[in-house]
Design a binder for this molecule. Structure first.
Ligand SMILES: Cc1cc2nc3c(=O)[nH]c(=O)nc-3n(C[C@H](O)[C@H](O)[C@H](O)COP(=O)(O)O)c2cc1C
Length: 204
C-alpha cells in the first residue's frame, strides 16, 4: 500500500512539505508506505488542448514533470496533492501540470482515494482547497476528509510547526486515508482512532 504526496510548491522543504510530512508520518505509522514528489520550480507548460493525449494516454509534451507524475499517480493506492495558496488559489504551475495529468489519464485514477492539502500565510485556503478537490470529483476519486478543511497556516516551516490544530488536521487526514485504503483493499476495517481535539484560534 503506497500513498503519493505531491508537493506543489516551488519550495522543496517549505510549508506545504511540512504539512505533507505530517500526513506521511501518520500514514507510515498506520502501515502505509509514502513518497513525496516535488513538482520543482522548472517551467511547466499549460494544456494546449491538442487532444493528442486521447490516443497517447499521456501528454504529448515530455519536457516537464507531467508524465512522470501521471505514472506515479497511476501506481499509487492513494494520492494527496499539496499546494501553497497563491492569490486564494493553488500554485498556477501546479494547476498547469494537473490539468495535463488528469486530462491525459483516461480515467485511470478512478476509485483511488485522494485528498488536497493547502498551506497559506493567512487566507484563501478554502478556495484553493475547493479548486484542487475539483480534479478528484470529476475523476471518480473518493475524497478522504479530516476534522477540518485540510490546511495549515504559516509563512515558514517553523510557523507551520506552531499551527497545532493544522498539524492535527494533517494527522487525522493520514489516519482516515490509511483506513479508507485498507478498507477498500481488504474489506471493512475498524474505525481509525481519534485524538482529543486541539483548537488554537490562530493564537500561538
Ligand atoms: C505569489 C504568492 C501569492 C500568495 N498568495 C497568498 C494568499 O492569497 N493568501 C495567503 O494566505 N498567503 C499567500 N501567499 C503565501 C503562501 O501561501 C504561504 O507562505 C505558503 O505557506 C508557502 O508555502 P510553501 O513554503 O510550501 O511554498 C502567497 C505567496 C506567494 C509567493
Amino acid at each position: 500500500m503506497k500513498v503519493l504526496l505531491v508537493n506543489g510548491s516551488p519550495h522543496e522543504r517549505g510549508c506545504t512539505f511540512t504539512a505533507l510530512s505530517e500526513v506521511a508520518k501518520t500514514l507510515q505509522e498506520n502501515g502505509v508506505e509514502t513518497e513525496i514528489f516535488h513538482v520543482g520550480n522548472h517551467p511547466v507548460r499549460g494544456c494546449i488542448a491538442c487532444g493528442r493525449c486521447a490516443a497517447l494516454g499521456r501528454c504529448v509534451f515530455e519536457d516537464d514533470a507531467a508524465n512522470q507524475l501521471q505514472s506515479l499517480m497511476k501506481s499509487a493506492d492513494g494520492v494527496v496533492i499539496g499546494s501553497p495558496v497563491y492569490y486564494a488559489g493553488p500554485n498556477g504551475a501546479l494547476c498547469a501540470l494537473l490539468d495535463r495529468v488528469f486530462y491525459s489519464s483516461g480515467g485511470a485514477f478512478a476509485n483511488k482515494p485522494a485528498a488536497a492539502v493547502v498551506s497559506a500565510r493567512r487566507n484563501g485556503t478554502t478556495a484553493a482547497f475547493d479548486r484542487l478537490n475539483k480534479y478528484f470529483t470529476i475523476s471518480s476519486m473518493p475524497i478522504v476528509s479530516s476534522q477540518y478543511w485540510n490546511g495549515v497556516h504559516g509563512n515558514t516551516p517553523q510557523e507551520v510547526l506552531q499551527d497545532k490544530e493544522g498539524l492535527q488536521t494533517m494527522r487525522t487526514l493520514g489516519r482516515n486515508m490509511a483506513w479508507m485504503i485498507k478498507s477498500i483493499q481488504s474489506g471493512w476495517q475498524p474505525l481509525p482512532g481519534k485524538e482529543e481535539q486541539i483548537i488554537t484560534n490562530f493564537i500561538r
